[in-house]
Design a protein around this ligand. Structure first.
Ligand code: SAM
Length: 270
């Protein structure tokens, strides 16, 4: 096995962009809709190539302010290609250490704490960047609660189990969604609310083939990292992709990815 730090494992392969590029607030972060109104300020932590961040900026308008941060220089470079000098901006930044004099009405962090070995430290820093009364909105997975109908091929289940083990060994919490409410309370946020944001994809929907293929894409794009670290062989990885694509095209009926939006408020007085 080769040594990989948690940060190496959290690094998103550049070719991963198709997955995050098709996301918008409406289709992939709809828990934010209730907060977004013209003129507010928003910090998007772990913004990737900025697809969701751009749609946040459309909703807060030119009088609003939106900043996306991510430690991945390639993704920030891609995100910046779409900025136009309005209130939307992207910066290199790590959730643990990012600092600025700005304070935000809303700090959002989607699908990112799943990649962090110390989510509590991340929450403490994000809370610090809120205005009094501002909201922190986290969206994340419990990977242990994914559900397929019927069961996917055993080769894909084997790949998926290796993926979860590889993540766990790096210190990442595969069930982070179900631990967020407790963590947010522990860091001093109030009025914590939890919304089920699980994503169900059914064969009858035109997007089923694309949505359910997520795990074939993970095997294609992240899989080589697992092979390199000795969690699975390349033959097993490639077979999982072939078998899973066949499952999608034939017997596969549905996939539910378990996600929660967990949100809290900064007290007015600290
Ligand atoms: C799965 S992507 C999510 C992108 C976007 N938020 C979305 O929901 O589509 C996870 C992002 O977290 C970023 N990330 C990883 N470690 C981070 C850290 N320490 N601080 C901030 N972002 C981090 C990655 O670079 C990647 O862009």
């Amino acid at each position: 096995m080769t040594d990989q730090t948690p940060s190496d494992r959290a690094t998103m392969p550049a070719a991963h962009n198709p997955v995050i590029e098709r996301r918008t607030v409406n289709n992939a972060n709809r828990n934010l809709l209730k907060y977004l109104r013209p003129g507010i300020s928003v910090l998007d932590v772990g913004c990737g190539s900025g697809a969701i961040t751009r749609s946040i900026a459309e909703k807060v308008g030119v009088e609003g302010r939106v900043l996306g941060i991510d430690p991945n220089a390639k993704l920030i470079e891609q995100a910046r290609q779409h900025t136009d000098g309005s209130g939307l901006d992207f910066q290199l930044g790590d959730v643990y250490t990012f600092d600025t004099d700005e304070r935000f009405d809303l700090v959002t962090c989607a699908r990112t704490l799943q990649w962090l070995a110390n989510p509590k430290a991340a929450l403490i820093n994000m809370k610090r960047l809120l205005k009094p009364g501002g909201f922190l909105a986290i969206l994340d997975f419990n990977h242990e609660k994914i559900h397929w109908e019927p069961e996917p091929p055993h080769t894909m289940k084997q790949f998926y189990a290796a993926f979860l083990k590889w993540r766990q060994d790096a210190g990442f919490d595969n069930a982070i969604a179900d631990h967020l409410a407790e963590l947010m309370e522990a860091v001093g946020l109030i009025d914590i609310r939890v919304e089920d944001q699980s994503e169900l994809s059914k064969k009858l929907l035109p997007t089923f083939a694309v949505d359910s293929r997520l795990w074939a894409e993970v095997a294609e794009l992240r899989g080589p990292q697992l092979v390199e670290s000795g969690y699975i062989t390349d033959e097993q990885r490639l077979q999982a992709i072939v078998d899973y694509d066949t499952w999608i095209a034939t017997v596969g009926e549905s996939m539910t990815v378990y996600m929660l939006a967990v949100e809290g408020r900064q007290p007015e007085e600290q």
